[in-house]
Ligand binder design. Sequence first.
Ligand SMILES: Cc1cc2nc3c(=O)[nH]c(=O)nc-3n(C[C@H](O)[C@H](O)[C@H](O)COP(=O)(O)OP(=O)(O)OC[C@H]3O[C@@H](n4cnc5c(N)ncnc54)[C@H](O)[C@@H]3O)c2cc1C
Ligand SMILES: NC(=O)c1ccc[n+]([C@@H]2O[C@H](COP(=O)([O-])OP(=O)(O)OC[C@H]3O[C@@H](n4cnc5c(N)ncnc54)[C@H](OP(=O)(O)O)[C@@H]3O)[C@@H](O)[C@H]2O)c1
Length: 472
Amino acid sequence: MIVPAYAYEGKNVADRHYNVAVVGAGPAGIYASDILSKSSLDVSIDLFERLPAPYGLVRYGVAPDHPRIKAIIDALYNILQKGEIQLHGNVNIGTDVTLAELHEYYDAVILATGADRDADLDIPGIDLPGSYGAADFVSWYDGHPDYPRTWPLQAQEVAVIGMGNVALDVSRILAKHVDDLMVTEIPPNVEAGLRESKVTDVHVFGRRGPAQVKFTPMELRELGHVRDVDIIVDPEDFQYDEGSEAAIASSKMTKQVVEQLTNWVFQEPEDLTASHRIHIHMLQRPVEILGTDRVEGIRMERTELTGEGNVRGTGEFIDYPVQAVYRAVGYASSPLPGAPFDKERHIIPNQGGRVESNGKTVDGLYATGWIKRGPIGLIGSTKSDAQETISHLVEDAKAGILHPTGAGTGADGLFHLLDQRGVRYTTWKGWELLEAYEKALGDKEGRIRIKVVERATMTAISRGEEHDGRIF
Ligand SMILES: Cc1cc2nc3c(=O)[nH]c(=O)nc-3n(C[C@H](O)[C@H](O)[C@H](O)COP(=O)(O)OP(=O)(O)OC[C@H]3O[C@@H](n4cnc5c(N)ncnc54)[C@H](O)[C@@H]3O)c2cc1C
Ligand SMILES: NC(=O)c1ccc[n+]([C@@H]2O[C@H](COP(=O)([O-])OP(=O)(O)OC[C@H]3O[C@@H](n4cnc5c(N)ncnc54)[C@H](OP(=O)(O)O)[C@@H]3O)[C@@H](O)[C@H]2O)c1
């Protein structure tokens, strides 16, 4: 809807109509849109997503064997299906449309572009064939359209570096029997890849002690229930300092995690009969990935606690013969062309969601979710995050800061531009078509859905077009 500038004349700024663009249809972008739609502003909201599917890491990060979390998708679906927020998929802001162009059409732009890649780990050998980023592997097994369709799983022994929940997901998927994933939405290419897997032993390494691991208790406990997988923990890896004692005393979650790790130490050897194993090694930091043409091992240095929960190297080195290494040392965000970016922290610099450039607020530009505060926290935390950002946006609108002349005309003008550029954007209705298609695929095999992976196929289904000789 185009609202001409004269419509605002003589009106209180808070009473005028606002057009707001949100970039990224992950949980942060969806929650921000929802909160904004319920605010005191009279507002139209366009939600742009570069993929033909919404939900961000809930669809392309959460592990397929975590359907309980996927239920959050139902909540996000309910927000979008109300029709108050217009979803525009398959539009990459920064390439298909520039951020400057978006500013011309909208009174405010909210960036919710999340995190899409692995944080770096700067050790010798990290670039050897057989050394992978966990985020890349996750994107493969979750059927992200922009990642390769095959994944090499020839290694029998694998190292996973890091003790966060992503390391747990990756270790579990590597160790699990593929038949136990056949109730999930994994696409056929992922099933085929996992069926070829030779993995029997996954070694997970944490550089600090049991009270410093970042696993959450429920996810750690779940590891103990994976069929035909033993969890092995070395008693030598248990060390506590004052910082550890304080952490255990002050956090119920830390206490539960430490208890669970300790329980595994007391397993009877005769109970360890599984064909696959996950070995949890603490107080060891990665020094070098070994090998000439490809990964042949990993060298770790034993560490010791220094008193406050941090560690230092002891000079004792241990080599593990592994044929693949996955670094799960955190995600990182990528810059959005035209937006300020903090290269150290991998976030868009902001104060409570108001984007800043060289220490000054950029009027009408906001950030929320992982791009606002870094790649830490569960889905729920993006909601409180969005609350803060939107409260500042509403404050700014009331202060007359957003396009005070009412120049933001919204989607109509922008879609003319997208059509001119041949961008094959998709809509909410298109997503419902794709979703119905995926569910029908799943139905045939008694599964809730099976994901479509190819972007061209996803787009054709969403747009009801012909593709590969088929009309969708
Ligand atoms: C592997 C993994 C598993 C996880 N599992 C869980 C879990 O089980 N439970 C839980 O509570 N939390 C989990 N989390 C955390 C949760 O996924 C995050 O808290 C949440 O997704 C962050 O939301 P976000 O919207 O900021 O980012 P994202 O989810 O990354 O969404 C960002 C969206 O922006 C889009 N985008 C990016 N750039 C552009 C652009 N230029 N133009 C248009 N669109 C763009 C992306 O395609 C994406 O859809 C997991 C995280 C990871 C990495
Ligand atoms: N099922 C779920 O609920 C689920 C699943 C996946 C992800 N998530 C959430 O998503 C967020 C991101 O998870 P994440 O696992 O990517 O990150 P994370 O929780 O920050 O864990 C990163 C791990 O990598 C280690 N690490 C970092 N740099 C290292 C280095 N140079 N050498 C060795 N180890 C290093 C960290 O150790 P230090 O602590 O010593 O730095 C930590 O153990 C978290 O909030 C997580 O809970 C949730």
